[in-house]
Design a protein around this ligand. Structure first.
Ligand code: SF4
Ligand code: SF4
Length: 291
């Protein structure tokens, strides 16, 4: 079974994608081709931008089944509302009003079971897509993308995880930014979590939130400081005081940053940066043996 590493950050803009993509690339070049990158940032997937030669090998639509109510058969008895644990159904019998909120519905089917009038049917809506790409050998990238406006991020992430290659030596999950449900869903089955931060007051604020979340979830984690050399020492003081593992410091490099902007992140990596990713890859390789 593949070892699962989630790459997280408390906020956007810390370089989480840079770390996930560069780590994946380093592992692929220096350790094993049997590695999978899974882009779980489904609202804004962009890992693919850095792999110009990637070819699609599979694409599928993710549907959500939502109840549709035939008001001509409905007696407004409220049974379906009682059965719905997610408060997705609203009924006002006095004015013969009944509605399902697709954003609240979890497609559990309980309301269909509850209705004795056969007034409820299911309709499928597309909430996103899963796409699998290959970049050669056994190496591939899995990407989830959410239909614009759909709130079903966690559902797409669940499907991504179900589709992950369990035979891979290691799987890298690029998590959405933040500390809300989609992050929890991404991290829930991870064997190890890399928290990416930057040495600024904003970075520290969000790092504290993510560290608290990891502790609550009882996940082993370590920290990668991105843009090292900018900002101040507060993040380092926090890491030392909390006795958290500082696994790598990716130095800020203006030329490298402009490569990112042009989608050329993986070309001409400065040795000083490459060595930090190598250090991370070796740490994870050792951890797999230890775990
Ligand atoms: S259970 Fe059926 S009949 Fe009763 S309110 Fe719901 S849809 Fe209408
Ligand atoms: S399918 Fe489940 S969650 Fe959706 S409206 Fe019916 S009971 Fe509620």
């Amino acid at each position: 079974m593949g070892y699962k590493v989630a790459v997280c950050s408390g906020k956007g803009g810390t370089g989480k994608t840079t770390v996930a993509v560069s780590l994946f690339s380093t592992i692929q070049n220096k350790w094993t081709k049997n590695v999978q990158l899974i882009d779980c940032d489904v609202e804004e997937p962009n890992d693919l931008l850095f792999f110009k030669n990637a070819k699609i090998i599979n694409r599928s639509i993710v549907n959500q089944a939502v109840p549709v109510i035939d008001e001509s058969k409905c007696t407004f008895c409220r049974k379906c509302e009682e059965f719905c644990e997610f408060n997705a159904i609203s009924i006002i019998p006095s004015v013969k009003y009944i509605a399902v909120d697709p954003n609240m519905c979890h497609s559990c089917g309980a309301c269909l079971y509850a209705c004795r009038q056969e007034a409820i049917a299911e309709k499928k809506y597309s909430i996103g897509e899963l796409t699998e790409y290959t970049i050669g050998m056994k190496t591939d990238i899995l990407e989830g993308s959410l239909t614009i406006g759909s709130p079903m991020q966690t559902r797409i992430i669940k499907d991504l995880k179900n589709r992950a290659n369990e035979e891979a030596d290691i799987l890298i999950y690029d998590a959405p930014p933040g500390t809300s449900c989609p992050v929890i869903e991404t991290v829930s089955e991870a064997d190890y979590v890399l928290l990416v931060t930057e040495p600024t007051p904003f970075g520290l604020y969000d790092l504290r939130l993510t560290v608290n979340l990891m502790n609550e979830m009882q996940k082993p984690f370590g920290i990668v400081v991105n843009k090292a050399g900018l900002g101040d020492r507060e993040v380092y003081d926090y890491i030392t005081n909390e006795e958290i593992d500082l696994l790598a410091e990716i130095p800020f490099n203006r030329n490298y940053a402009s490569q990112y902007a042009q989608g050329k992140l993986l070309a001409d990596i400065p040795p000083i940066i490459e060595q930090e990713y190598l250090k991370l890859a070796i740490y994870l390789k050792n951890r797999i043996q230890y775990d």
